[in-house]
Design a protein around this ligand. Structure first.
Ligand SMILES: [Zn+2]
Length: 57
C-alpha cells in the first residue's frame, strides 16, 4: 500500500451515485429547518429521500 496519503481530486465531469437507490445525482436536497435544538443540516437523495449525510451546525 502506498504511503503517500489520500488526495482530494476535483472531478466535475462525474456525477455521484446515491448509495441507496443507485441513481446518478445532479442535485442533493438539503433540510435546514425543523431539526430541534440544532443548526444541523440533513442532506438527502431527491429520488429515494434517504439520508446521505448530516452536517452539524
Ligand atoms: Zn437515492
Amino acid at each position: 500500500m502506498p504511503e503517500t496519503g489520500l488526495r482530494f481530486v476535483d472531478r466535475d465531469d462525474l456525477s455521484p451515485i446515491c448509495p441507496h437507490c443507485e441513481k446518478y445525482l445532479d442535485e442533493i436536497y438539503v433540510k435546514r429547518r425543523g431539526i430541534a435544538g440544532s443548526d444541523a443540516s440533513v442532506h438527502y437523495c431527491p429520488f429515494c429521500l434517504k439520508v446521505l449525510s448530516i452536517l452539524p451546525g
